[in-house]
Write a protein that binds this ligand. Sequence first.
Ligand code: NAI
Length: 335
Amino acid sequence: MMAHQATLIPGDGIGPEVAEATVRVMEAVGVEIEWERVQAGIHALAEQGQLIPDDVFASLAATHVGLKGPTATPIAGGHQSINVALRKKLGLYVNFRPVRMLPGLKTRFHDVPINLLIFRENTEDLYSGLEHEVVPGVVESLKIITRNASTRIARAAFEYARREGRAKVTAIHKANIMKLSDGLFLKCCREMAAQYAEIQYTELIVDNACMQLVMRPETFDVLVLPNLYGDIISDLAAGLVGGLGIVPGANLGDETAIFEAVHGTAPDIAGKGLANPTALMQSGVLMLAHLGEREAAARLQKAIIQVYMEARHLTGDVGGKSSTAEFTDAVIRAL
Ligand code: NAI
């Protein structure tokens, strides 16, 4: 069988640690992947003079599949977010984040059957980076919502729900206040819902959605959101199932897919071998499925669950004492 080609972007902070751990388990699962390693982020800026060097785009244009560690974005001022740039340039308009309780993991909600899927619009909204100073002391940030982008994220959510037999799609908004922008987003979701009569469609205002997610997380199924609410709700949902160390993600376009965790570079624990690689490993599970390696994906997922059930080799963020490498070794043994 021919090896798959994939691009590996280790990233900054804990990125290289969790990326290496993920490559190890993906090798152990027995699927042949030829990784093309390229740098983006602070490392790339220091060594190649560019945050996203041209070879990153060249590699992804050839492989169409990437696994990416988190990259650092300075707060206020400085350069544009690498993720935002990658997502826009490669047309990765869907940010998909499955939030599921890992059997065995003890969290505040461990006896609640949480299994929700987030479809976050990935290219516009307040992430357009269109900010300017009107006059000294007054700034303006533009929230861009288009019919095109809203329709394609809604379609992605409903298509997935239909394919995977999910019962309900909920659109999250603040159209009571942002009548035009969130109003257009909702309109596009409603139009799409009309084409999927077998799937229940509901709407929730974002603040109410936050409360409902904490009080009744098990009632949520597929969520579709504009970019900013999707960002915030993703972290909230991650908190329900054990934190940022757990939740995987995928940035999907029509031609390219990049798999990455929800979490950032975790500067507080970077370089110490303490990071939990579960989130990127589970992103690897999504990547294997995307490559058509469904059996291997299921095996890797099962091995991760087994390590959580045994609870002897977990990292500090989920109540264990093990290092990144010890957890990774345990997953490989479980395989
Ligand atoms: P963060 O996700 O890096 O960290 C938040 C907290 O969660 C920290 O206490 C951290 O130690 C912990 N944490 C995160 N991932 C963990 C893991 N795998 N194992 C154990 N603990 C983990 O968020 P923060 O601090 O807001 O952002 C730091 C940097 O990361 C910023 O420069 C930000 O722009 C960038 N970032 C990058 C993302 C990406 O490239 N996809 C996503 C989010 C943030």
